[in-house]
Design a protein around this ligand. Structure first.
Ligand SMILES: [Zn+2]
Length: 215
């Protein structure tokens, strides 16, 4: 494979932030570090995380079970951390369901925190509204304006972690962090990193999974 110099640069920039190592350690312990490249994205966004394939997808676009991060050549550390957050978020969902979803499995510190922080003790994969509720409480105007994307369940914490960890990348940050209330980013990022720490602690107690759970 040809050297991806831009990826090397982006990863070096991101390595200045300890959160990058925390995210990568967790993904490594889950055996779920995504493929990565900085040669452009499918959507034109600055970065994207593809997890899973669709049946109509060309084989060159298909990804392995850990998914793939694609970035523009000029993406910054915040973008990389944003996409790593998506990857870790999905793994935490999978881990939660491994831990509580099967007969004989027990609650642990991670699953209890997951229940509490996700604002809904009966959280399941079909109910992803909990973060939107939190955004509504913390920043109602932002929720009303950006509910369909940046304030959505899937995106709000990735933006929070990426933008609060690495606000000043080498390159201009693409997507308007100024529109996101700073206290919201800080709160969501802190919450995410606490949950990640607990998830990692449970993960290293277990044997490395053969492959990440795909859903
Ligand atoms: Zn995102």
């Amino acid at each position: 494979m040809a050297e991806d110099r831009n990826l090397t640069i982006i990863q070096r920039l991101a390595s200045a932030y300890p959160e990058t190592k925390t995210l990568l350690d967790y993904l490594t312990n889950r055996n779920a570090v995504p493929e990565k490249e900085a040669k452009g994205t499918m959507t034109g966004a600055t970065g994207e995380f593809q997890y899973g394939n669709t049946s109509d997808m060309h084989r060159t676009l298909r990804v392995g079970p850990a998914g793939k991060i694609r970035m523009q050549p000029a993406a910054n550390a915040g973008t990389f951390i944003h996409e790593l957050t998506h990857a870790a978020d999905l793994q935490m969902d999978a881990q939660y369901h491994e831990d509580v979803g099967k007969a004989g499995r027990k609650e642990n510190q991670f699953t209890r925190a997951y229940n509490r922080l996700r604002f809904n003790p009966s959280f399941d994969q079909n109910n992803r509204n909990n973060f939107e509720k939190m955004v509504n409480l913390l920043a109602p105007n932002f929720a009303a304006e950006q509910g369909d994307y940046r304030a959505s369940n899937l995106e709000v914490r990735a933006f929070a972690v990426g933008d609060s960890v690495a606000p000043e990348g080498k390159f201009a940050t693409p997507i308007g962090r100024k529109e996101i209330p700073p206290h919201l980013n800080a709160t969501m990022a802190t919450e995410f990193m606490i949950l990640l720490e607990l998830a990692n602690r449970e993960t290293i107690k277990k044997p490395t999974p053969a492959a990440p759970t795909v859903r």
